[in-house]
Structure formats: C-alpha cells, structure tokens
Design a protein around this ligand. Structure first.
Ligand SMILES: Cc1ncc(COP(=O)(O)O)c(C=O)c1O
Length: 440
C-alpha cells in the first residue's frame, strides 16, 4: 500500500525543477506560488508530483476539488458528456445539462421562492453577473462590500475585493460606487468590543457612517457578503451579524448578494454557509467546488429579480456542457452523504487542531465550519501580534513534510481539503502539523 505522505526526493525533485524553470520563463509572474508542487496525478485527498512524491492535499486547488481528485463518478460524467459534444454555447442554443443544473440550483440555493440561474466560468464572472444584475434590476448603482473580502480579480469584482492591497495596486481607479464596511471578525473586533456582549456593532458603520455621510440608502443596489470570509482569513462571523445585515438590506430595499464561491457546495458541512446562520439572500454566487475542478460559475437570483432582457448579459463558454455534467455528478455525491461527511470530519479536524493549542502558543485561534478551517498564528495570545513570517515558514515546513496547505489573510493558514478526506488522513495531517509547529 502507498504510504501517504511520502517524500522520496529533495523538493523540488529534478522533474519538478525543470518544469518550474520553464514556467518561470513563459508563464505570467503574477501567480503566487508558495512552494514548487508540480502535480502529476491525484486521487481523493492524495496527490502525487512528477517525481513520485506523495502528498496529502489540504488545499484542494484553492478549495475546489470537492469530491476529491479524479472521483470516478465525476470522471465518468465528464467523459460521457465529452463523447457527445464539448460545446454549443448555452447563450445561443439549448442543451439539457445546463437546464438540469439550473433546476437543481433552484431547489438548493438559500433564496426564497422561484430562482433562475446565469452561467459563467469562474467565481469572478459569477460576481460580475451579480453586480450587473443588482444594478440592472434595482436601477441603483452603488454597492456595499466588506473589508477583507475577496470577490474576484476582474475589474468589477476587484472593486469589491479588499483582501490584500497587492491585488489592487497598479490597476488604477476602481469601478466607482463601491463602499467598504468592517467585517465581523470577532477575534480582532474592528470596533474594539467583546463578542459575548455585542450585537454586531460593526454594522453600525454601514448605518451611521456610510448611509449618513456617503451614499443615500435608496441609491444602494446591493450589499455583497461572504457568509464566511475566505481569502481574508477564514473568518466566521456571529449569526447576528448576518441576521442584522439581512434585516438592514430588507429595510432599505437593497439586494443581499451572498458570495458562496468558497464557502458553498458542502465545504462548511452544509450545502451553503448561509444555512449555518439561517439567512436567505436575493442573489447567490457559486463557483470553485461546484464542478469538482472544471471551470464553472453560477449566479442564481430570485426569479423576479432576474428581470433583464435577452442580450443584456451572456457568455460564450458559460455553463459549458462538460462542466455542467461534472457539476451534476458533484451534486449527486454531495447530496448522498458528502456534505454530512464534511461536517463530521470537519468537526474532528477542528477538535484535533484545538487540542494543539495547549502545546503550541503560536496558535491564536482555530475556527471554521466543516472543512473550511482557519488557524490564526500569533506571537503573543494577549497582544495578538500577527505571526506573519512564522505562518509563511509553517507553510514551507508542511510542504517539506508532504502536506499541502495555503495561507489565508495575513497570518492565518487554511485547511480546505477535498471533502472526501478521511478521519485517518486528517489525523495524519494534524500530526504533521504538530511536528512542523515544533520545528519552528
Ligand atoms: C469568496 C470568493 N469569491 C470569488 C472568488 C473568485 O473566484 P475565481 O478565482 O474563480 O474568479 C474567490 C476566489 O478565491 C472567492 O474565494
């Protein structure tokens, strides 16, 4: 039986090094590669590099490979569809996989009443569609987003994104009409309060500042929120933050857009993160895990909100039939036990990580739902000084030991494995994490 993980060569190995060298010459330098993992193949939560080194994958291609690498059901659905036709453009023609998927999304997304869906290829496209629909259907043009959020990198969604300055630097003035408010990060309360006695006071910034000094409420089309903040550090807000936000948007007739690109499709142990907080949205955006790795982005909205006319918005490749087939197979797996599995294994994972807090003072906070787990590293638990370089070193130490993870925010590390990861694989990952922390 294959040992997992198993590192057989110095990293990177000779074949990986040769590919990385060519990549450095020909591929855009804008990508952020933290370590030289060069994929050859994968199965479930285990991936192998081109030199035969075997790793445990706790990154899932940025929280994408929901059903694990090369799940046989997904591969079968993809090949069956590919043998029939690869493309026809759902913009100008019809095909059944796109309708099937839209029909299923209508019954799954946290939106009340009839729902219709628009298809793109990525998370940023889903959010672009959400921005356009919100403006179009409301006749209002302003948007409110949250600090630390990530909604994509095309110029519309980039104006909403406020995760890291490097993502915005050098790209000139952003799309106008976007206002940012503090997100409910209770570990580092943006308004200096204590989580136990707070009623989401950070939202007062929207009501008492933005809507008083900057923009009239009746000119705000929508508020966009990640129900659990992803790239910003895997931050779980208290339920009353989202409840109060929902109430606020209703009061002012603004649409609520839930960006479930990272938190959706079972990752948090529920189909959508909104379900943890009992809130519904007017528009929901989905991508990443929906098609187990094939490119697909979906913007679902209340049918009455989706009031735009033919020609108002479309995409040549959006809702590609092979991607839709992969998504239908993914949904089948999610519904038939994988979401519950993510909840169970995630609870075990979080429990084991919290257990390490007694041993490693560097761990300031362990948070998350299901298999969307963040570990924030601090130099001092009282001052919460951010352990930024330590986080970066830890990512390297884990790679050297055969565990793939990604950072999130300035000093957090995320565990976002394929949802099929087993408890024993989680135990292996946590034991290696323990060892890597010891090595710092
Ligand atoms: C919450 C959220 N929204 C949108 C996006 C953008 O998705 P994509 O990279 O597919 O454009 C991401 C990507 O990380 C995300 O996490």
């Amino acid at each position: 039986m294959k040992r997992v993980p198993e590192i057989k060569t110095p990293l990177p190995g000779p074949k990986a090094r040769a590919i990385v060298d060519r990549d450095r010459q020909f591929v855009s330098p804008s990508y952020t590669r933290d370590y030289p993992f060069v994929m050859a193949r994968g199965q479930g939560a285990v991936v192998e590099d081109v030199d035969g080194n075997v790793f445990l994958d706790c990154a899932a291609g940025i929280a994408v490979a929901a059903t694990g690498h090369a799940h046989p059901d997904v591969v079968r659905a993809v090949t069956t569809q590919a043998q029939k036709f690869l493309h026809m453009s759902g913009t100008d023609f019809y095909y059944e996989p796109q309708v099937d998927l839209a029909e299923q999304m209508a019954s799954l997304v946290p939106i009340k009443g009839p729902v219709r869906s628009f298809f793109g290829n990525s998370g940023t496209e889903a959010n672009e569609a959400a921005i356009k629909l919100a403006r179009y259907s409301s006749g209002r043009f302003n948007l409110i987003a949250f600090l630390g959020s990530f909604h994509g990198r095309t110029l519309g969604s980039l104006a909403l994104t406020s995760s890291k300055v490097v993502q915005r630097k050098g790209f000139g003035p952003m799309m106008p009409g976007v206002y940012h408010a503090p997100y409910a990060n209770c570990y580092r309360c943006p308004v200096g309060l204590r989580a136990e006695s707070c009623a989401a006071e950070c939202l007062a910034f929207v009501e008492d500042q933005i809507l008083v000094h900057l923009v009239s409420p009746d000119e705000v089309a929508a508020v966009i929120v990640e129900p659990i903040q992803g790239e910003g550090g895997y931050v779980v807000p208290p339920a009353h933050f989202l409840e109060r936000l929902r109430e606020l948007t209703r009061r002012y007739g603004m649409l609520l857009i839930a960006d479930e690109v990272q938190s959706g499709m079972g990752r948090t142990g529920r189909m959508f993160a909104c379900e943890h907080f009992g809130i519904d949205a007017d528009i929901v955006t989905v991508a990443k895990g929906i098609a187990s790795g094939l490119p697909l982005g979906i913007m679902s909205a209340r049918a009455e909100t989706m009031s735009w006319t033919p020609g108002a918005h479309a995409s040549t490749f959006g809702g590609n039939p092979v991607s839709c087939a992969a998504a239908l197979a993914t949904l089948e797996l999610l519904r038939s036990g994988l979401v519950q599995h993510a909840a169970d294994v995630g609870e075990h994972f979080i429990g084991r990580l919290r257990g390490l807090m007694d041993k490693h003072a560097l761990i300031g906070d362990v948070r998350g739902r299901g298999l969307m787990i963040g570990v924030e590293l601090v130099r001092d638990r009282q001052t919460k000084e951010r352990a930024t370089t330590e986080r970066d070193r830890l990512v390297q130490e884990l790679f050297k030991r055969g565990v793939l993870v990604l950072g999130a925010g300035r000093n957090a590390l995320r565990f976002a494995p394929p949802l099929v990861i087993t408890k024993s694989e989680v135990d292996t990952a946590v034991d290696i994490f323990d060892d890597a922390l010891g090595a710092l």
